[in-house]
Design a protein around this ligand. Structure first.
Ligand SMILES: [Zn+2]
Length: 158
């Protein structure tokens, strides 16, 4: 089977609605709030196997995923010039503020995905922290993504 799915076809990908209903409460709130529990955080980007593995091992070396799930995901692919829909499984590793997914079809075709914003964090100043209601303490660091607004907090005084 040849399955070529340029990521420009991404809009034609959709999630299995019934299955999503079952697992939606398992998706951690901190990620769900980015785009709602029924949907994966956007954007969803196909990446190379090499990049996926690099990111995966970097994350795993500091913390385990918050949640691991699998979803049945249909993708439309061209087969011999004719478009066909395939039902595959995506295993999703939810990390602190994004997820990594790998899609497999009968153990054959595999696609690797970065799910969510590629955050660019900027640390808030003391004044900004106070304004946002965070402790002003020097050891309490607050970072906000300049692209999506997601906030992470690191308390180095722990
Ligand atoms: Zn972001």
């Amino acid at each position: 089977m040849s399955c070529r799915c340029p990521w420009s076809d991404y809009k034609r990908l959709f999630w299995d609605e019934e299955y999503l209903e079952e697992i939606k409460d398992m998706i951690p709130d901190y990620i769900a709030k980015i785009s709602g529990k029924r949907f994966l955080p956007e954007p969803i980007t196909e990446i190379t196997k090499e990049e996926w593995e690099k990111l995966f091992w970097e994350e795993i070396s500091s913390a385990l995923p918050y949640c691991i799930e699998h979803r049945i995901i249909k993708m439309k692919c061209d087969e011999y010039g004719k478009e066909r829909e395939w039902r595959g499984i995506m295993v999703i590793f939810w990390f602190r503020d994004y997820a990594l997914g790998v899609w497999t079809l009968g153990g054959e075709a595999r696609k690797y995905f970065y799910i969510g914003c590629r955050h660019e964090y900027v640390e808030l100043t003391r004044e900004e922290k106070i304004k946002e209601g965070f402790p002003a303490s020097e050891t309490f660091h607050v970072y906000r993504c300049s692209k999506c607004g997601h906030i992470i907090v690191i308390d180095s005084g722990d």
